[in-house]
Design a protein around this ligand. Structure first.
Ligand SMILES: Nc1ncnc2c1ncn2[C@@H]1O[C@H](COP(=O)(O)OP(=O)(O)OP(=O)(O)O)[C@@H](O)[C@H]1O
Length: 238
């Protein structure tokens, strides 16, 4: 495990017209750890993920992922970063296994597609095009797509939203293993239970700023994560 964070965001601001989505956001994530990002709807979590993956440019502040500014990063950097965003962005008319095999060819040392497919239960609907999959099935394909390149840093935006309990358990195990293999694994979630179960570190974003960050025990304190979260979210008015 390295001491230099795999991700460092310092003083990042991002405006959309009059909306200040991020207001001096400062946080980091380390290799070999699951960092869970919590925060109310509209707090800026997705914007932070999109900036970290180079899809958006911050108006102010500094961003380093594996030591590189993601906005100006070359293809070789992007190959080291996996991302699963909300709404997936998957091509619609392809069958899932074919899609994953296609994606795997972009990398020198991809994950074993068959193993990933079995692991996430994608084999059960291998013959169905992405368009016809349920939300949860599509979610699992998007997760597999984020991991197939064996990234060093992975951003998973609400990877278990809408999943049934079995799929959620499998995703949790896969997220844990991914982090244990040395990957900096950043997971946004609205579930306290998920954060308590998965997170090595928690970052709570409220109104575009970090309201608290640390281990689950540090952020939760004696009253538990849920109570601490509501105190933070209610205490930081926009
Ligand atoms: N492209 C955009 N144009 C205008 N406003 C935007 C855009 N993207 C995000 N916003 C606004 O920025 C703020 C932060 O949005 P963001 O999606 O990052 O929040 P979030 O924490 O991911 O929310 P959720 O939990 O609902 O996914 C919101 O007020 C949102 O309306």
């Amino acid at each position: 495990m390295t001491l230099t964070p795999a991700l460092e965001m310092t003083g990042v601001s991002r405006r959309f017209g009059t909306t200040e989505a991020l207001r001096g956001l400062t946080w980091s994530a380390r290799a070999g750890e699951v960092t869970c990002v919590l925060g109310p709807n509209g707090a800026g979590k997705t914007t932070a993920m999109e900036i970290a993956t180079g899809l958006q440019r911050p108006d102010e502040g500094s961003v380093r992922v594996l030591g590189t500014d993601p906005w100006h990063a070359p293809a070789a950097h992007r190959a080291r970063v996996g991302v699963m965003l909300q709404d997936g962005g998957l091509p619609q008319s392809v069958r899932p296994v074919r899609l994953l095999e296609h994606l795997a060819r972009f990398w020198d040392r991809p994950a074993d597609v068959d193993a990933l497919v079995m692991r996430l239960g994608i084999d059960a609907y291998a013959g169905t095009t992405v368009r016809r999959l349920s939300g949860g099935q599509r979610q699992r394909v998007a997760l597999a797509a984020a991991l197939v390149g064996r990234p060093e840093v992975v951003f998973l935006d609400e990877p278990t939203a809408g999943l049934d309990p079995h799929a959620r358990r499998e995703v949790h195990a896969l997220v844990r293993e991914t982090a244990d293999s040395g990957v900096a694994t950043v997971v946004t979630t609205h579930s306290f239970e998920e954060a308590e179960r998965l997170a090595d570190r928690v970052v709570v974003i409220v109104a575009g700023r970090v309201a608290a960050a640390g281990t689950v025990a540090e952020v939760a304190g004696p009253q538990g994560l849920e109570t601490a979260y509501f105190a933070l979210a209610d205490g930081s008015a926009r």
